[in-house]
Unconditional design. Sequence first.
Length: 110
Amino acid sequence: MKTQDDFFQNVYAIVRLIPKGRVTSYGAIAKSLGAIRSSRMVGWAMNLSHSQKIYVPAHRVVNRNGELTGKLHFATPFLMKELLEKEGIVIIKEKIINFNNHFWDPMQEL
């Protein structure tokens, strides 16, 4: 039987594979793990990702519309945006411009 910790570790493993300059969504991660209705659990995992020994690039996980909904869980409310912009992603009003061009789908990429 899988535990919540197992699920979270599987989420972190996928997030670590997202290339620089690309993003994915909570739902895409959940779907790739066979838990299509677990987007919210993916979000909970991202909230705890800062406590992992191995770095998890949580800034690369956004909502299905390309909005930076997780920004409040970073050290500052601007850090998520700053990290994405350093990777070449343009963000206006907390939303990724050309989201589809930056979207990384683990179902297709893995």
